[in-house]
Design a protein around this ligand. Structure first.
Ligand SMILES: *Cc1c(COP(=O)(O)O)cnc(C)c1O
Length: 388
């Protein structure tokens, strides 16, 4: 396969566009001018804006989405032997974060919505369960209401993996603000990006304060208040075995720029998704589930599934699209099929029938804000031809 012939990649380099170069350079220049590269004014400003955007009280900037998940699981007190319920249909980071803390991941299936099945969650709860981690996959809201109800009834915490969900709304609230914590990724391919970065959001001031301590070696933040007379400049206290997970100010400066455009980005993504839905209706495809009326899909990914009437199997379909210059990908290979997880936890496909069926037929079409209308039309024409 000659990938150099790709005319519409499945994802574009988001911060490369010549039209934003000036703004990005100006953002970076601010940091170079004041010289505070960590825990400085850009990070504080970005955190403040991010919390405001989410309609929540606190946002804590961290190095990436995986650190955000580890920090929040740790904040819930998750440790060795505790069980954490998460979908098999997710990016590997969700589960790696659980295992990093010595906890036990409990994999559950998705349902027709392509997000974690609340009935499977209920069935997976044991005395050792500490937390439930719904994932807003592809930017689509997980089935939050029943999951919150189960968690409340069983006395469990909910931590939302909102890594793909900046821009999404459910029942009038931002994704990531329903559970005790939301963990966001600002990685390069996500809906807004700082190149590499992450954010934890919460409404609880004590939790937020603890996150700030834990992201910086477990050192008390008061120790950094070097301008009060009482605290000598060299003094610090280690109050917990923490991490080194802070976001940098250069990343935060890029994030401020991106966040200002988050609404515009979501609208463009939704426009592209609507164009696909309109033009691909009637083909032997199951189109991406839409958000319920009044909600907003973050549209990180646009995934279609081939239906039984499709004249071609998924892998061959992808090859046809590539041959036509259209990039696409598969998000993701469910974790129960990955050698490590399969063998370590004895996972079998029969336990995850929905994930299994979805994985065999699913692929992601190109979707990114810099796509032109002509790009969208090229993708549509190629999909039609490949199914023709
Ligand atoms: C990207 C992603 C993460 C991890 O985020 P990073 O910033 O890459 O560490 C976690 N969960 C999901 C569902 C993701 O898509």
């Amino acid at each position: 396969m000659d990938r150099s012939a790709i005319r519409v990649p499945y994802v574009a380099l988001p911060l490369r566009a010549a039209r934003v170069k000036k703004e990005l350079m100006a953002a970076i220049e601010k940091v170079v001018d004041h010289g505070v590269y960590i825990l400085g004014p850009e990070m504080e400003d970005f955190e403040h804006r991010f919390a405001h955007y989410c309609g929540t009280r606190y946002a804590v900037g961290v190095g990436d989405g995986t650190s955000a998940l580890i920090l929040t699981l740790k904040g819930l007190g998750v440790g060795p032997g505790d069980e954490v319920i998460a979908p098999t249909y997710t990016w590997v980071a969700t589960i790696n974060a659980v295992v990093t803390l010595g906890a036990v991941p409990v994999f559950v299936d998705i349902d027709e919505s392509l997000t974690m099945d609340p009935r499977a969650v209920e069935a997976a709860i044991t005395d050792a369960t500490m937390a439930i981690v719904p994932v807003h996959m592809r930017g689509a809201a997980a089935d939050i209401a029943p999951i919150l109800a189960i968690a409340e009834r069983r006395g469990l915490a909910v931590l939302e993996d909102a890594a793909q969900a900046v821009g999404g709304l459910y029942h009038g609230k931002r994704l990531g603000t329903f559970g005790k914590f939301g963990a966001f990724s600002l990685q390069y391919h996500k809906t807004i990006t700082t190149g590499e970065g992450g954010m934890v959001v919460t409404r609880d001031p004590e939790i937020a304060a603890r996150m700030r301590v834990m992201r910086l070696h477990g050192m008390s933040r008061d120790a950094f208040n070097r301008f009060t007379a009482e605290v000598p400049s060299w003094y610090y206290e280690v109050v917990a075995p923490g991490y080194k997970y802070n976001l940098t100010d250069i990343a935060a400066a890029l994030g401020i720029h991106q966040l200002k455009r988050a609404r515009e980005f979501q609208a463009r993504r939704a426009e592209i998704a609507a164009a696909y839905a309109e033009a691909l209706r009637g083909l032997p495809l199951v189109l991406a589930p839409e958000a319920a009326p009044g909600d907003l899909h973050a549209w990180h990914l646009y995934a279609v599934r081939l239906d039984d009437a499709a004249p071609v199997a998924r892998d061959a379909f992808i090859e046809r699209l590539y041959a036509d210059g259209i990039g696409c990908s598969v998000h993701y290979i469910p974790l129960h099929l990955q050698p490590y997880w399969r063998e370590r936890y004895g996972l079998v496909p029969a336990a995850f029938p929905h994930s299994q069926r979805a994985f065999k037929t699913m692929l992601s079409l190109p979707l990114y804000t810099r796509m032109t209308d002509a790009d969208v039309q090229r993708v549509i024409a190629a999909v039609r031809a490949a199914l023709g």
